[in-house]
Design a protein around this ligand. Structure first.
Ligand code: MLT
Length: 243
């Protein structure tokens, strides 16, 4: 099995090249965490969009009470939207049975870039074992795609990506896998920063930004390994919980 890791979605040069791959999209702060929370709390489907304009356009095709417009710009709720991007907003009361149209700055954009992938799965620390167990069950080449921050490296996605690679190869000889340099680097980052995930999130650029905005609790939620055992799969334009 080949395993590769992209630190930003900019590294995808040809979306069609993902056709035979299982892609794991990672956006720890906060898209992956929020998507897992929303599905756990009964959201029917989540429709990720690459822009706010696309989200609004899509919403205009749906029955008014059937959907919620969700997402953020600069970490804050978008004007006229129903929900921002804190997982704490995605309660059962608000999201159960709803279609969520979801536009975030990095995560939803990265997800839409994987539309041609054989499988596209969304992962954070909160659902990491679900994702790893699913991927272990097939022999496709794997691409771990970090959403990054505005097309730049971010530590929390790299550490989570490294943890995924570590768990995928754990207990087996690494020689059985064809691991890219970035995967090996990601595993090293995980071994170093993974000892205290909350500390790593607090010290990350985006973590500090979210704390300034008053979203400190979101970091704690995002740091809790396997707290939301959901497998979000993106297929035919929508994200659903496979289990
Ligand atoms: C994103 O997709 O850029 C993030 O989830 C941003 C955020 O923390 O809201």
């Amino acid at each position: 099995m080949n395993i590769d890791l992209y630190f930003t979605p900019l590294q995808i040069q040809d979306e069609l090249s993902l056709q035979n791959k299982t892609v794991i999209v990672v956006d720890v702060l906060r898209a992956s965490t929020t998507i897992a929370t929303a599905l756990k709390n009964g959201a029917r489907v989540i429709i990720p969009t690459a822009s706010v304009e696309n989200a609004v356009k899509y919403a205009s095709t749906l029955e008014p009470d059937s959907f919620l417009l969700c997402g953020e710009r600069g970490g804050k709720i978008i004007d006229g939207f129903h929900l921002g991007n804190s997982p704490l907003e995605y309660t059962e009361e608000k999201v159960k049975g709803k279609t969520l149209i979801y536009a975030s700055t990095n995560g939803s954009v990265a997800i839409t870039k994987t539309k041609y992938a054989k499988h596209s799965i969304i992962a954070g620390f909160v659902n990491i074992s679900e994702v790893v167990n699913f991927v272990k069950g097939n022999s496709d080449d794997v691409l771990i795609l970090c959403s990054g921050k505005l097309n730049r490296f971010c530590i929390e996605d790299a550490v989570c990506g490294g943890m995924i690679a570590f768990l995928l190869t754990k207990g087996k000889s690494r020689k059985r896998f064809n691991l890219s340099d970035s995967v090996n680097a990601g595993i090293k980052l995980y071994k170093s920063y993974g000892k205290n995930l909350l500390k790593m999130l607090r010290e990350s650029e985006h973590g500090k930004f979210l704390i300034e905005l008053g979203f400190e609790d979101d970091l704690k939620i995002a740091s809790e390994v396997d707290s939301i055992p959901i497998l979000p799969v993106y297929s035919d334009g929508v994200i659903k919980a496979l289990r």
